[in-house]
Ligand binder design. Structure first.
Ligand SMILES: *Cc1c(COP(=O)(O)O)cnc(C)c1O
Length: 405
């Protein structure tokens, strides 16, 4: 292919215009590494950066992040095995609300699992009974954040009824259990919390402060050292503004201040979306363009069975039009000029919408669309089997197998 290149890596729009097979996912792995390095550089030393693999567990991305992140957060036995195979030397933190006996046994056999995020008293008991060797645990708390810090935030999970983690009183019960016979193998390292998704830096900091101060008070009350607090992920990604980024610099400064008040503490964060969202692109072509009751619809090859993100979040996935001038047919080319268009997919459901009523300068059957911000909770959360359309093809730009530099 002849797409223009930056440092040997082809630029995504130029490459997307030339791809022979559509739909396609294109991952700019070099851009992912650069972004992750920036994030890492904005964080103080005593903050460990883990990547939440559920956002996108594709092996080339996991490998690309290796050496930049401190470890990976996995939330199932499947993720554990997959991530460990992709990055065998990397430390793992094992979370998830429904750990089965088989998953617990498998994780206990895997020394790469350095931390357990325990989500219930049942799990703590089951882990203690199965452990047979020292295991480092964090207790996951569902802490109310009562000062309005989480008001109006998407997917807020903290301080309301939830299957995740434990209420603060239950954490106290766990501390009593941990001090009782039979729990000698479990070493309490600290507290884990993942309270919300979609927080800007200032809100995210307030939540982190709240979790740390609560944890410190708990430790003081029980005469325990507080070694670690994991304040979770959920750093905001703004799909309405592809150029915007979470303010890692101010977040890092805030965490440094917080650590200054807790000199013996290690903080950990585990973002998923904010690390990988920007490195993924979904490229497809317009199969048909029609007007229905006064509105324009572009029906593309593929759809939300490949890129479910806009359907789950209810947003318009940002896209650019890559015009294709060649039109091979003798009949008129369907198109629209200077109008809002709803981009839908091939599924027989009105929910198969990638972008509703989005203004375009022009769009025709045969043009290509390049959807941005398709690197997190995209392909891996999509219902691929629905309607039996073919899978997309995958391209990884600038991927270097096993690189850690
Ligand atoms: C999903 C999840 C994350 C990552 O959340 P993002 O919104 O992708 O940053 C981190 N921690 C836990 C426990 C999670 O469930």
């Amino acid at each position: 292919m002849n797409a223009p290149a930056v440092n040997g890596v082809p630029e995504v729009p130029a490459l997307a215009a030339e791809l022979p097979e559509l739909p396609a996912y294109v991952y700019d792995v070099a851009a992912l590494r650069a972004h992750a390095r920036e994030v890492r550089a904005a964080l103080p030393e005593r903050v460990e950066l883990y990547y939440a693999a559920k956002a996108n567990p594709e092996a080339p991305l996991l490998t690309a992040l290796h050496g930049i992140v401190d470890g990976y957060e996995v939330s199932s036995g499947g993720e554990l095995a997959h991530v460990h195979a992709a990055v065998p030397e990397a430390p793992l933190a094992f979370g998830g609300p429904g750990k089965s006996a088989e998953e617990i046994a498998a994780a206990l056999r895997e020394p790469a699992v350095r931390r357990w995020h325990v989500e219930s008293e049942r799990e703590l008991r089951e882990l203690a009974a199965a452990a047979g060797r020292p295991v480092d645990v964090l207790l996951r708390v569902n802490l109310p954040v009562g000062d309005g810090a989480l008001d109006g935030v998407a997917l807020a999970m903290g301080g309301r009824p939830s299957p995740f983690g434990m209420d603060p009183e239950r954490i106290e019960d766990c501390l009593a259990l941990l001090a009782s016979p039979g729990f000698e193998h479990l070493r309490l390292r600290g507290i884990h919390a993942h309270l919300a998704s979609g927080l800007a830096a200032a809100e995210q900091l307030r939540v982190a402060e709240r979790v740390v101060e609560w944890s410190a008070a708990l430790a003081a009350r029980h005469g325990l050292p507080l070694a670690e607090v994991n304040v979770g992920g959920g750093m905001a990604v703004d799909y309405a503004d592809p150029e915007a980024r979470f303010d890692w610099a101010s977040f890092g400064r805030g965490l440094a201040e917080l650590l200054g008040r807790h000199p013996a503490l290690t903080l950990r964060i585990e973002p998923g979306r904010a690390l990988t969202a920007y490195c993924g692109w979904y490229v497809t072509e317009v199969l048909d363009l029609k007007h229905s009751h006064g509105e324009a619809f572009a029906v593309v090859r593929g759809g939300t069975h490949h890129l479910r993100t806009p359907a789950t979040r209810g947003h318009a996935q940002p896209f650019t039009v890559l015009p294709v001038d060649h039109w091979p047919h003798p009949w008129p080319r369907p198109g629209v000029t200077a109008a809002p268009v709803t981009v839908s997919g091939q599924l027989c459901t009105p929910k198969d919408v990638l972008a509703a009523r989005t203004p375009v300068a022009g769009l025709r059957a045969g043009d290509r669309l390049l959807f941005a911000m398709a690197g997190a909770y995209a392909w891996n959360i999509s219902h691929h089997a629905f309607l039996m359309h073919p899978a997309p093809v995958f391209h990884y730009l600038g991927a270097r197998a096993g690189s850690a530099g």
